[in-house]
Design a binder for this molecule. Structure first.
Ligand code: URA
Length: 284
């Protein structure tokens, strides 16, 4: 009879691999794209110059490769904060420092068209998961260098893009002011979309706040680019609009950040405009 392996319960590692993501320290490069959807890992990997799909365990599918000379990886997070938090925890444990979420989002401002891309400079913490890590006053903010790298990449690709605050919710329906089954709703859920629109929030999505909060706590670099596949003002839904563009921009942003780190001998939290300009100069 096979004897089950015993491992620590407070930090489960099985045969040297993180229990959920099924990856080992050093197995992927420290620049990781984070789609929600496992199927998008393969799509992202096919946009690189070379790639290898690595593992699949639950919602976590992984790949690594090279994009225009930059080492790069992708790991799906599944939908929502709880599974995204596990991904960040275990990626941090295996030495990853740069997390770029590549997702989809539902715009709540009238000027954002389906197919535009949104770069989240910060996220409203309606995700629920991040409140298990820090009080509500703690901000969910992106790393400035990663936001600038994404903005530069989208501009160079000629995309329509917006930079600003998004709202990360714990649920797709009530949390984003959509009615539930048989039209169920309640006053706070109904009001949320109008309140956020009034505050200038750009869109709804479901993972950025968790990723940003944990990344800030752990000194990691995180940012997020999402394709606006919906607009809740015009009530349009275009399932794949802008997804390819968001992937292309995320790849280019990783190349910029990798150049920045190479120039400075490794990842550092602090970066200036002149550091980024020098990194861009090395690439062109
Ligand atoms: N993702 C979301 O979380 N909401 C949308 O409306 C579209 C994508």
């Amino acid at each position: 009879m096979a004897v089950a392996e015993r491992t620590r319960a407070d930090r489960p590692i099985v045969k040297g691999r993180m229990y959920h993501i099924d990856l080992a320290p050093g197995e992927i490069p420290p620049y990781v794209l984070l789609p929600g959807d496992p199927a998008r890992v393969d799509r992202i990997a096919r946009s690189w110059d070379s790639f290898e799909v690595l593992r699949q365990h639950r919602e976590y599918r992984s790949a690594r490769g090279v994009y225009k000379g930059a080492p790069i990886a992708a790991l799906s997070t599944g939908i929502g904060g709880p599974s995204a938090a596990i991904a960040v925890e275990e990626l941090a444990e295996i030495g990853v420092h740069t997390l770029i979420r590549v997702g989809t989002t539902g715009a709540i401002q009238p000027w954002i068209k389906p197919g535009d891309v949104i770069i989240a400079s910060a996220a409203v913490r309606y995700d629920c998961a991040s409140s298990e890590y820090a009080p509500p006053e703690y901000p969910a903010a992106a790393a400035p260098d990663a936001v600038l790298a994404l903005a530069e990449a989208t501009k160079r690709l000629g995309l329509r893009f917006h930079v600003g605050v998004v709202a990360s919710t714990a649920t797709f329906h009530l949390g984003q002011s959509r009615p539930g089954y048989r039209g169920y709703t309640w006053s706070a859920a109904e009001r949320r979309i109008d309140d956020l629109r009034h505050m200038g929030v750009l869109s709804f999505e479901m993972e950025a706040a968790t990723i940003y909060t944990l990344a800030s706590l752990y000194g990691l670099r995180a940012a997020c680019i999402c394709a606006a596949i919906a607009n809740r003002v015009t009530n349009e839904f275009v399932p794949d609009a802008g997804v390819e563009d968001a992937i292309r921009a995320a790849n280019e942003a990783v190349r910029i950040l990798w150049s920045l780190d190479t120039l400075r001998g490794g990842y550092k939290r602090e970066a200036t405009i002149s550091d980024l300009a020098a990194a861009l100069g090395k690439l062109s």
